[in-house]
Design a protein around this ligand. Sequence first.
Ligand SMILES: *Cc1c(COP(=O)(O)O)cnc(C)c1O
Length: 371
Amino acid sequence: MQIPLSRPDISARDIEAVTAVLETPFLSLGPKVGEFEQAMARYAGVRHAVAVNSGTSALHLIVKSLGIGPGDEVITTPFSFVASANCVLFEGAKPVFVDIDPLTLNLDVSLIESRLSPRTKAILAVDVFGHPAEWDELQRLADRHHLKLIEDSAEAIGAQYRGRQAGSFGEAALYAFYPNKQMTTGEGGVVLTSDERTAMLCRSFSNQGRGQAGQWLQHERLGYNFRLSDLHCALGISQLARLEHILLRRQRVADEYRLRLQEVRGIELPYAASHVKVSWFVYVIRLASHFTQADRDAVMARLKASGIQCSNYFAPIHLQPFYRNMGYKPGDYPVAESTAQRTIALPFYNQITDEQLDRVAGALRQAMDAL
Ligand SMILES: *Cc1c(COP(=O)(O)O)cnc(C)c1O
């Protein structure tokens, strides 16, 4: 029996919520959109939420609405999902990568100042794997240098930094709802901001550039169709209603992994700083620093041969083929690169059983012993 890497958690109520929308005439631009947005804004503790069709669209609209464009530079992390740097390229600006902290795997704030230039417009930090970035220090730096601050909280809904909710930091933040995230809408994302103008612009750009008056055939700016349908929003409302339960379950799975893996020779378990609450997105272990990428790949091959899916989250963004064509190269960000060579994301989802966790732990122990 295969153990998948991730699995969405869809309840009978979720299904009812979606099918109920199908019985109404409002499949899009209906009442579920506003309801979902209000619930999301309340959850994050911000004034405005704009539902869009993906986390990537949310990132793109935030960058665009903050006026970042050609000639501008944005400080960001090379250790993330590719969308968190692509959104800068979409608008013709340049991502300037800064290496990561080897424990939290988030942007190393102490390295940022040396990478600033007169062109730097913003810092885009990611709450990687559900562990919040260092928001107080990032905000202080942004204030000192008059930079915008953007929070990519796609992987961190429900996480907290010094008691404050992930998704509430900087000028604007986002959550994402692809099926492997903590909660899902199938595809989807949401922009979160307390800034009225940013919210207005994101809403307009997501809806064909229409203005606030909402006239159907009046387009005030070049817009996109990045809308999220009422079907998706109904699923989101239903999932959000039991998010606390989902997050507790994921915390328990992470705790069970720790119990089973702490004795395994040669691996490091995920780190959580004492001033944060992690929202478990994935469970990523690392081989100890003396192991090589070939060792890691051998362990992954053994896990897969025993029917256990796993993945190498993340391959560094600056080493993706089209980033290399822009001049980034191996050796540029040594901590991100050395980390990326040794990570393995293990199967992680709400319904995983203790017996499956035993199987994963046993197979990992055997694979490590075989190195
Ligand atoms: C998932 C994710 C996104 C957005 O992904 P979509 O698939 O477009 O919803 C953005 N940034 C990070 C760090 C992510 O993990």
